[in-house]
Design a protein around this ligand. Structure first.
Ligand SMILES: Nc1nc2c(c(=O)[nH]1)N[C@H]1C(S)=C(S)[C@@H](COP(=O)(O)O)O[C@H]1N2
Ligand SMILES: [Mo]
Length: 379
């Protein structure tokens, strides 16, 4: 039975009317296919982001290509936003099914419906929390990252079950030529255009040529001190001009080293300096390229005498915060592009960008580009 017939049946019973014929199996199928693709991309790119931030021991994430994380995370956030009109259109198309009578026809039917509720709930949860998070509106009582990560598995599990249940019907519906003259194309084109409009007005947060159009993006490349956006300011991190400028400030390298190092800012400035072009690619989707100047991390670690397979923890002067420390794997610190940066775009780092020094490494999430570094602990 098609949705239209079901809606009609409900109408005859006098419960509710559905005037649009677009509550239709064929529209639902096409939207379902697009959503399936889109959710799969979001799931895969989301896992990439998760495991780059919390690498299990066996995972040797490469430091190249330089822009890989920028692309995967841009796809995650911007693709996720573009999915919103698809999801809304799909829910609108199928909502007459919610009111179908009888609500449950068999045990199998009850289970199928239960999984659809799970699927819808998880989809809405992911989209709503994702949007609030990139808008820096932490309105929820739970920790976003953990909730968004685990709900992704619920969503993908319920999606797989739904795809298995719907495979035959969808295939059949999409393959056969409709003969009712209904203008589905115009509706689907409108939904696609809405997704396209969201993409065009946000993609500039990761793709500088379209930065001017990024009116819906919370951050834009080029906007911020030294032409770079700031996620967590020095003020928010509890780092002040006074403690960053303290003449007693030292960068200390400790742990499994042959020689402990304690370097003042002028000691760091006296070391061979390199210039690299690398992006900050925030987990929240925005990214911005900049020219960084500073000391290669591997030069510093060679000075201290560390094992080639050592891992290094960078510790920030930040008082408290989730991103106060980060780990750098051997692949990343051996990379000649990985710097302990002192300058950005030709000037000493702004306090908000991590003065006196911060990490900048290729293909690494922004949350792990630790600012205000004052200690390195080799493990
Ligand atoms: N110590 C510390 N470093 C940090 C953060 C932080 O909260 N604390 N935020 C990170 C995040 S989320 C991003 S996206 C980048 C942004 O760098 P920027 O402010 O220089 O653009 O810094 C990272 N470094
Ligand atoms: Mo970030």
């Amino acid at each position: 039975m098609s949705v239209v017939q079901r809606a009609g049946a409900v109408q005859r019973a006098g419960v509710v009317r559905f005037s649009s014929r677009l509550h239709d199996e064929r529209v639902a199928s096409w939207l379902g296919i697009w959503l399936g693709v889109s959710f799969t991309i979001a799931f895969v790119t989301g896992l990439i982001s998760h495991f780059m931030q919390h690498p299990p021991g066996w995972l040797m994430w490469p430091s190249r290509p330089v822009n890989l994380y920028r692309v995967t995370q841009g796809l995650h956030v911007i693709g996720g936003l573009a999915t919103i009109p698809l999801l809304l259109a799909k829910l609108w198309t199928v909502y007459p099914k919610l009111l179908q009578r009888p609500p449950i026809r068999s045990v199998g039917h009850a289970l199928e419906r239960a999984f659809i509720f799970l699927l819808v709930g998880a989809s809405l949860f992911q989209v709503v929390t994702g949007v609030l998070n990139i808008a820096y509106w932490y309105a929820f009582p739970f920790f976003f990252t953990t909730a968004h990560y685990w709900t992704a598995y619920i969503l993908i599990g319920a999606l797989l079950i739904h795809v298995a249940n719907q495979w035959a019907t969808t295939r059949h519906t999409v393959m056969k030529r409709p003969e009712d003259g209904l203008n589905r194309r115009a509706f689907l084109a409108t939904v696609a255009a809405a997704g396209g409009a969201i993409t065009v007005t946000t993609v500039g947060e990761a793709f500088p040529p379209l930065a001017q159009l990024a009116v819906l993006a919370p951050r834009r490349p080029g906007v911020g001190p030294q032409g770079l956006p700031v996620n967590r300011s020095a003020f928010a991190a509890g780092v002040t001009q006074a403690n960053a400028n303290d003449p007693a400030w030292r960068l200390r390298v400790t742990g499994r080293v042959q020689r402990e190092l304690s370097l003042s800012l002028s000691d760091l400035r006296a070391l061979p300096s390199r210039s690299v072009r690398l992006p900050i690619a925030c987990v929240e989707g925005w990214s911005a390229g900049a020219t960084w100047g500073g000391v290669r991390l591997r030069d510093l670690l060679h000075l201290a005498g560390v094992d080639p397979d050592a891992r290094v923890q960078l510790v920030s002067m930040e008082v408290a915060g989730l991103y106060k420390t980060s780990w750098v794997s051997p692949r990343h610190w051996h990379d000649p592009l990985t710097l302990l940066a002192l300058d950005v775009n030709g000037r000493p780092l702004d306090l908000d960008h991590g003065f006196p020094c911060r990490l900048i490494a290729p293909n690494r999430p922004g949350v792990n580009q630790t600012k205000w570094v004052h200690r390195m602990v080799v493990a």
